[in-house]
Design a protein around this ligand. Structure first.
Ligand SMILES: Nc1ncnc2c1ncn2[C@@H]1O[C@H](COP(=O)(O)OP(=O)(O)OP(=O)(O)O)[C@@H](O)[C@H]1O
Ligand SMILES: [Mg+2]
Length: 361
């Protein structure tokens, strides 16, 4: 008998329409059991709608949802081995922390509900708060209680819809690390929805970038960052400099933003096989260097004038205005090497293998 790992989630051509509007547009997705998976995308791209369909709170217009070997598309919400944590913790204010966590188990008349709830509270490091009320806890602690409540009955999948959205930045960073630790300890599949790219990249094994109801690209964080498939993904996951180019021979492109075009080396392995029109060369700000002295022949070389210098502590950000008016962003570490001044003419270079090529958006 073929065994499909429990906790593995598969979405097959899953769609949700509201009248003529397509909120989720035929998503195909495999989330391996035990992984930390992030759904990342701008507001309105369909993240919550997708989660709600997995939770059974929203009926798909088409497609199927598989959990392990089971088709759960038509299974009622409370019968799915799936729990959800929302941005608002929704704890019962009049119940103690332990009673909040054990609430569901108690209702199901689970005999050892108390020890199970204590175990879940220990997992989120709040065992010593078991007898307090929610209002005696900070926002971050309350969110950890909500998490304990969601894992206490050991679901196969935990859905997290912007669970850190209400927390301030410092607490948010702390909770990101906590959530990662808890996920690796309990081994439950986590599907984490966020529109914060840094949050998705620091936490998840795999990130799916969503746009207008579909998945634009899926991969490990470093893969998406270093080799975005589209300009949208490149811009959504951090900053990048995009220059319009045309390929003229293997390994050589010409910059079309200026006449006559400027030749520039492009590493063949960075060129996608499927796109030929509207090509843009992309370079991340930290991959661009200020060239002091000569630049090797096989390296790109662009000349411009420094139009802004911002010191940020660990690094300095520069804007450099190129010949055709485009402003290039670059970040240089403050490692004691020389810096450029405002108004200075500088030469920019980079390793062609660290650039990428995408089609027009
Ligand atoms: N019940 C509904 N009726 C009509 N349209 C809806 C309904 N629910 C969601 N939508 C629409 O579907 C689209 C996707 O909504 P969804 O809540 O999934 O977005 P999201 O990616 O979670 O966004 P956010 O980051 O703002 O939470 C939006 O344009 C929204 O207006
Ligand atoms: Mg949402």
């Amino acid at each position: 008998m073929q065994r499909i790992a429990t906790g593995e989630l598969r979405l097959v051509e899953l769609s949700r329409h509201y009248g003529d509007f397509v909120a989720v547009d035929g998503i195909d997705l495999d989330v391996p059991a035990g992984s930390f998976f992030a759904l990342l995308g701008p507001s309105g791209c369909g993240k919550t709608t997708t989660l709600r369909m997995v939770a059974g709170l929203e009926e798909p217009s088409a497609g199927r949802i598989m959990l392990g070997a089971d088709d759960i598309t038509n299974t009622r919400a409370h019968q799915r081995r799936v729990n959800t944590v929302f941005q608002s913790y929704a704890l019962f204010p009049h119940l103690s922390i332990i009673d909040n966590v054990g609430f569901g188990l108690r209702r199901l008349k689970v005999a050892d509900w108390k020890s199970k709830a204590m175990e879940a509270l220990a997992m989120v490091k709040l065992a010593d708060r078991a007898n307090q009320r929610p209002r005696q806890l900070s926002g971050g602690m309350q969110q950890r209680v909500a998490l304990a409540r969601a894992i206490v009955n050991r679901p196969e999948i935990l859905l997290l819809d912007e669970p850190l959205g209400a927390l301030d930045l410092k607490l948010r960073r702390e909770m990101q690390i906590e959530l990662k630790r808890i996920q690796s300890e309990v081994g439950i599949t986590f599907i984490h929805v966020t529109h914060d790219q840094e949050e998705a990249m620091t936490m998840a094994d795999t990130v799916a970038v969503m746009r207008d109801g579909h998945i634009e690209q899926l991969g490990a964080p470093a893969e998406l960052y270093d080799r975005p498939a589209t300009a949208f993904v490149a811009n959504f996951l951090g900053k990048s400099n995009l220059i319009p180019i045309e390929l003229i021979e293997p390994g050589v492109a010409v910059i079309t933003a200026v006449t006559p075009g400027v030749k520039i080396p492009v590493a063949p392995q960075t060129i996608p096989a499927t796109i030929s029109e509207g090509l843009h060369l992309g370079i991340r700000p930290e991959k661009v260097h200020l060239a002091s002295g000569g630049v090797q022949d096989d390296r790109p070389q662009l000349v411009g004038q420094v139009s802004d210098v911002s010191f940020t502590g660990v690094s300095t950000d520069y804007l450099v205005r190129l010949e055709w008016g485009q402003e290039f962003t670059l970040t240089q570490p403050n490692d004691g090497t020389s810096r450029a001044r405002l108004g200075e003419r500088v030469t920019l270079t980079w390793d062609p293998k660290q650039a990428f090529v995408v089609g027009a958006d």
